[in-house]
Every structure is written in structure tokens, then in C-alpha cells.
Write a protein that binds this ligand. Structure first.
Ligand SMILES: NC(=O)c1ccc[n+]([C@@H]2O[C@H](COP(=O)([O-])OP(=O)(O)OC[C@H]3O[C@@H](n4cnc5c(N)ncnc54)[C@H](O)[C@@H]3O)[C@@H](O)[C@H]2O)c1
Length: 464
């Protein structure tokens, strides 16, 4: 065994390896706290002074991640130290994990990764392991990370080790968290992959080793693109359902009784840091002259249209049902984050809906999301409940029952409420039960179907 590998391996096994994490956002803070909780000495670095200041005061800025809130006070100063001096990361850490953003808004960018790599090569990295966790274009580890790290004449894979391990966490998800999500791990050579696998075995139950960093980069993008395309297809079905007077939820329920149908939800759009840029990262990895990439772009277009359609839906309710001028109508927005039970507002459909409402002439918009505390101006809940129309954009648990006695119109961008004359979903239509004609046979089957609300989404008639 390479003596450098042996030495690092021993340190990792005995948890004496120092871990430096560059980028303490949704992913980096999670990874840091998990290693610190396992007894490793972790040094977290971020260029954002506010984040470092908050952590130094023991405040978790990702409140939906309860494990972080619970563990931060226990590991802070003892096993977890934080700093803005990113150039120190590779001087301190035996392992340096890079988890910086790879997009500005929707646009992929390498600027944060390049800056992190510049910091790393300011120190001697002999015998160290550098792991990239950010989601990147296929080939980035071999073509960008390795050359940048070899700048001072050291040879990657011999003098130091390089691995790529994409992150799959879903912040706010109470059932799936870092430990119980299988972790894809790869290295630029078998030694790098092996040492990275040994490292992650301390914080996850299962490591999935793949044969190359390109494979691992592709796997991460493939997962998110599949999701984006499937959601787009469901949104397309929802638009069709609206035209054809069909309820999308009833259709999904019925189609799901076939073993190979995969249910996804139509909604007012997708958001977050990943789903909007990862399809572009994948498409940018290939030459569109050689492979037809239109499916990826079409899915992006459909999902990006949904907030616009949702805003237009609210405006048509205002004109056709309330009969009020858009500029005089009060619009309430319930939910600001891009998904249920999250505080993350990056690329959130709510933000695009608000922008589009303004373009359509809305002047009175009241926004409420108790989970979001990032400085976006918000109204009181009572102001939202006094609106003429409420657009629900996130089905947080804390919103449960909140609209039960609301008398106005609701545009349900989450498709979690039953549609009615007052509740307009995405591709949803109230199911009109057809009366049975008097002449038809009153068989047990039909009696049963009436009793069980045949045709109502979620119902199923079993032949007994
Ligand atoms: N958020 C998720 O749920 C999620 C899930 C899986 C993968 N990812 C991927 O992980 C990566 C990071 O995502 P995130 O959501 O944690 O982003 P984030 O914006 O929450 O955090 C990134 C952090 O890196 C910091 N940073 C930027 N440049 C830096 C530098 N040169 N040195 C030190 N710190 C620097 C930023 O200040 C920020 O705090 C992205 O590639 C993303 O696609 C995210």
C-alpha cells in the first residue's frame, strides 16, 4: 500500500484525521455536523461572514434540519470550529471536502469551485484527500479539479488523493437524511476511491462505489434530470386535464393502479438550487450536434412556465369570478420556499408567481411563510387571510387546516386541497358525480360504487 495512503487511512480509521469543509451551506453544514458528531475534528470554512457569525453564536440557519439544531451546541468549539479564512482549509485538514454552489440562479458557473481550488493549492497538499461534493458537469473532476490541484507539481493519485462524491440529501426530509441515504463514491484511481469510501463509511450506512468520477458525476445529474422530466410530464398532463375537464389527481390515482406507472405531482413549478441547473449541467456535458438533447430543454421550459400559468390562473379568477380589477384585488401568497417544510427560497415558484402577478397589474400582494426568515418582506397571516385570492405554493405541515374557514378563492399550486368552485388546482377539476338513471339495474356493484364514492380521487372498489 502507498505509504501516504496508509497513513491517511489509519487516521481516518481512528477518527484522528482532521476534516476541512469548504462551503457551509445546506450540504456543507450537514456534512460537517455529521462528521463532528462522529467524533472527527471538523473545521468549516465559508466566505459568507453572516453564516460564520451565526454558527459561532450557535445558531443553525437551516432550521428544518433538526439534527443540526440538536448537535450544533454539542459539537461547537469542541469538535467543530468555523472560519472565513478559506486559505487555511488545506493547511489544517487532512481531508478537504469542497461543497460550494455550481450555479448563480439558474446559470451554471465554475466561479465558486475555481476559487475554492485556488485556496486549496495555497498550501502543501501532500498525503491529503480532496473530495468534491458539488454537483458538476460530467468530466469536471478529471478535467478541472485534478489539473488545478497539480499546479504545484504534485501528482494526483500518488502524492495526494482526489475523489468525487455527489450529495443526495433533501433538507427538511424527516425520513431520508444523510446517514440513511446511500452515498455514491468515486475516485480518480482505486486508492482515491478506497480512501474516500473509508471516510464516508463513518457517516453513512451504505457506500456505493462506482468505477470512475465521470460515472458518479453523471449519476447525480441523471437522478435530478429524471425527476425534472417526470415532473414536467405531469405538468403537461395537468394542462391537458384542464382542457379536457378531467381531474389530474383522479387520473394519477387510477393510473397508479398499474404496476409500472410512476406517480408524480403536478404543481405551480419546481425550484431549489438543483433541479433548475442540473439539467443544464447535464446538457452542457454533451454536444447537441451529436445527441438530441431537446427532451431536457423541453422539460425545463414546461416547468418554468408553471409559475406564470399559476399567476395567470389567479388573475383570471379575479376577473371572471370576483369581477374585480387586478390592481384592486388583494392576493395572498401562502408559502415562499420551493418545497414543503423547507426554508429554502432559491428559485422558488412563489417568487416567480409574485413577479408575474406584478407584471399583470397586481398591486396588493401579501406573502406569508413562517419557515422563511431570510429578510424577504412578509405580511401577517391575518392580511393573507383577508385577501380576495390566496395562492398556496408550499404545503407546509404548519399550514394544515389554515384555510378551512377562508371564504375567498384559493389557487392551489400544491394540488393538496380538494378542488371546488372556490379551490382551483393545477389540472384539477371537481368531480361531478353523474346521477344513475332510474331505469338502470340497481345491482350490488353500483350500490357499492355509490357508497364508496366511485370516481373520487383516492377511492378504490375491491370486488369481495
Ligand atoms: N441543497 C441541496 O439540497 C443539495 C442537494 C444535493 C446536492 N447539492 C449540491 O451541493 C452544492 C452546494 O449546494 P448548497 O445547497 O449547499 O449551496 P449553498 O449555497 O447552500 O452553500 C454553499 C456555500 O458555499 C459558500 N461558498 C461559495 N464559495 C466559496 C468559497 N470559495 N469558499 C468557501 N465557501 C464558499 C457559500 O457562501 C455558501 O454558504 C451544489 O453543487 C448543489 O447542487 C445541493
Amino acid at each position: 500500500m502507498n505509504s501516504k495512503l496508509n497513513a491517511l487511512s489509519e487516521k481516518i480509521q481512528h477518527k484522528t484525521a482532521k476534516i476541512a469543509v469548504i462551503g457551509l451551506g445546506y450540504v456543507g453544514l450537514n456534512v460537517s455536523i455529521n462528521f463532528a458528531s462522529e467524533g472527527f475534528q471538523v473545521f468549516g470554512f465559508d466566505v459568507d461572514e453572516k453564516k460564520i457569525d451565526s454558527l459561532q453564536r450557535g445558531i443553525n440557519y437551516i432550521p428544518e434540519e433538526h439534527f443540526i439544531s440538536e448537535m450544533l451546541p454539542r459539537v461547537l468549539l469542541n469538535k467543530f470550529l468555523v472560519s472565513t479564512k478559506v486559505d487555511d482549509a488545506s493547511a489544517i485538514g487532512d481531508v478537504i471536502i469542497v461543497i460550494v454552489p455550481t450555479a448563480n440562479g439558474n446559470t451554471p458557473t465554475m466561479e465558486y469551485l475555481n476559487s475554492a481550488l485556488d485556496s486549496i493549492v495555497k498550501n502543501d497538499i501532500t498525503g491529503k484527500l480532496i473530495v468534491l461534493e458539488s454537483t458538476v458537469k460530467v468530466g469536471t473532476t478529471e478535467e478541472i479539479v485534478v489539473p488545478a490541484l497539480e499546479k504545484n507539481g504534485l501528482v494526483a493519485g500518488e502524492d495526494f488523493f482526489v475523489a468525487y462524491s455527489p450529495e443526495r440529501i433533501d433538507p427538511g426530509n424527516k425520513e431520508r437524511f444523510l446517514r440513511n441515504i446511500p452515498k455514491i463514491v468515486s475516485g480518480i484511481n482505486p486508492e482515491s476511491a478506497e480512501i474516500a469510501a473509508r471516510l464516508y463509511q463513518h457517516i453513512v450506512n451504505e457506500v456505493i462505489l462506482v468505477s470512475s468520477t465521470r460515472t458518479a458525476e453523471f449519476v447525480k445529474l441523471m437522478e435530478n434530470v429524471q425527476r425534472d422530466v417526470n415532473i414536467a410530464l405531469m405538468n403537461l398532463f395537468a394542462m391537458m386535464c384542464e382542457k379536457a375537464h378531467i381531474d389530474i389527481e383522479e387520473a394519477i390515482f387510477a393510473a397508479s393502479t398499474k404496476w409500472n406507472f410512476h406517480p408524480y405531482k403536478a404543481s405551480c413549478g419546481v425550484g431549489g438550487h438543483c433541479l433548475k441547473k442540473d439539467p443544464l449541467l447535464l446538457a452542457n456535458s454533451f454536444d447537441s450536434k451529436e445527441i438530441d438533447l431537446d427532451l431536457i430543454y423541453a422539460a425545463r421550459r414546461i416547468n418554468d412556465t408553471m409559475p406564470v400559468l399559476t399567476a395567470e390562473k389567479a388573475v383570471s379568477v379575479c376577473r371572471e369570478k370576483i369581477g374585480k380589477d387586478v390592481s384592486k384585488t388583494k392576493f395572498g401568497i401562502l408559502g415562499l420556499s420551493y418545497k414543503k417544510n423547507s426554508s429554502d427560497t432559491r428559485n422558488a415558484p412563489a417568487i416567480f408567481i409574485i413577479d408575474h402577478l406584478k407584471k399583470l397589474g397586481a398591486r396588493h400582494i401579501y406573502v406569508y411563510d413562517p419557515l422563511v426568515k431570510n429578510g424577504i418582506e412578509q405580511a401577517e397571516l391575518t392580511e393573507v387571510l383577508n385577501s380576495d385570492i390566496i395562492i398556496m405554493t408550499a404545503a407546509h405541515d404548519c399550514f394544515s387546516g389554515i384555510l378551512d374557514h377562508y371564504p375567498g378563492y384559493i389557487v392551489d399550486g400544491t394540488n393538496t386541497l380538494e378542488p371546488s368552485d372556490r379551490v382551483i388546482g393545477i389540472g384539477r377539476n371537481p368531480i361531478i358525480k353523474k346521477e344513475k338513471s332510474e331505469s338502470s339495474d340497481d345491482t350490488a356493484f353500483f350500490q357499492k360504487s355509490v357508497n364508496r364514492k366511485c370516481g373520487v380521487a383516492g377511492s378504490r372498489i375491491n370486488h369481495s
